[in-house]
Design a protein around this ligand. Structure first.
Ligand code: AVI
Length: 318
């Protein structure tokens, strides 16, 4: 297990927002910790593995939809747009769009500067004629994009159904923020996972190899590493359930016995059967997706899906 870096007997300072979210989340009922904290180095590696799992259809399905959709997007968007990606793409999806649209400028936005620089370098090598302008920022709020592209119309790109990890209220806020960041005449290409049977949904979030379980449990390991915790991780199990009322998969960590532990000097007691809610992954039918886009100030103009209707990709204009 990785140990936090120690300097002169002092533990390195953890992210104050992480500490606050964990301490509040463990104290409240139902207990819940925001999913954004999954993605430390180990969590990001595990997520990459998830995207290759046989049960996890979203990544490969969206990629295959984009192969068909992007040339059509290029026609609908016209020439001369700057592509602005929310959450910088180290994935194989971004090159599909860049190949089809052939923009002169690509602006990847990410809150993690390290990740942003790494993925910008990879894409810069792959597209030597492309001007890559990495932008380190939290895209949940309206942004002032680089002045050099002030007069260039934008095509926003938000793949991966990441919008599904937000409750609808936050998703609408994000869509509005994107509209204001991208400005007049903007377009948005966005992926949203669709509603389907539990027989497909639950295994996608509870795979046979236990990679998603490790991803979920890593959150407790991260708390132990970074917030001086002694949570007995082996007392918890990963749980993925479909909440039909809210059209979402929920991930939880369920205590298998009564446990008491400390985090950052505070004691918590969790009874057997109690859960810590760690993630929501909302699913949107085609109509739901269009209503969500309209609520966020976007007009849907085209939509694509795969032959089984597992995943949706939507193009909208501001
Ligand atoms: C990043 N996000 C879109 C993934 C999802 O499907 O909601 C995160 C994930 N959680 C478990 N598996 C994948």
């Amino acid at each position: 297990m990785l140990k936090p870096e120690i300097e002169d007997g002092q533990q390195m300072l953890a992210d104050p927002q992480f500490r606050a979210n964990v301490l509040d989340g463990l104290a409240r009922r139902p207990r819940a910790i925001p999913a954004r904290w999954f993605y430390d180095r180990r969590g990001s590696e595990l997520f990459e593995k998830i995207t290759d799992l046989p049960e996890y259809y979203p990544t490969r399905t969206e990629r295959s939809i984009l192969e068909t959709a992007c040339p059509e997007v290029a026609t609908l968007a016209g020439e001369g747009r700057a592509v602005v990606e929310f959450g910088s793409g180290s994935s194989t999806k971004t090159p599909i769009l860049l190949d089809a649209v052939a923009p002169s400028v690509y602006v990847p936005i990410d809150i993690s500067g390290d990740f942003l620089r790494e993925s910008s370098k990879v894409l810069g090598d792959q597209f030597p004629d492309l001007l890559v302008l990495p932008f380190e920022a939290d895209f949940m709020r309206p942004l002032s994009l680089p002045k050099t592209i002030a007069d260039t119309p934008k095509l926003g790109f938000f793949p991966g159904s990441t919008i599904g990890n937000m409750i609808p209220l936050m998703a609408v806020d994000l869509l509005r923020a994107m509209r204001s960041s991208l400005g007049v005449g903007a377009m948005l290409l966005i992926g949203m996972d669709r509603i389907k049977g539990e027989d497909v949904l639950v295994p996608a979030y509870d795979d046979a190899q236990g990679v998603t379980a490790a991803f979920n449990l890593n959150l407790l390991e991260r708390i132990n590493r970074e917030l001086d915790g002694d949570i007995p991780v082996d007392a918890f199990r990963h749980k993925a359930v479909w909440n039909d009322d809210r059209a979402r998969i929920e991930m939880h960590l369920e205590a298998m016995r009564d446990v008491a532990f400390e985090v950052d000097g505070r004691t918590f007691e969790v009874a057997a059967g109690e859960t810590i809610h760690t993630e929501n992954s909302h699913k949107y039918g085609a109509r739901d997706a269009r209503i969500l886009l309209r609520s966020g100030g976007w007009t849907p103009i085209a939509a694509w899906t795969d032959p089984e209707g597992l995943f949706g990709v939507y193009l909208a204009e501001a």
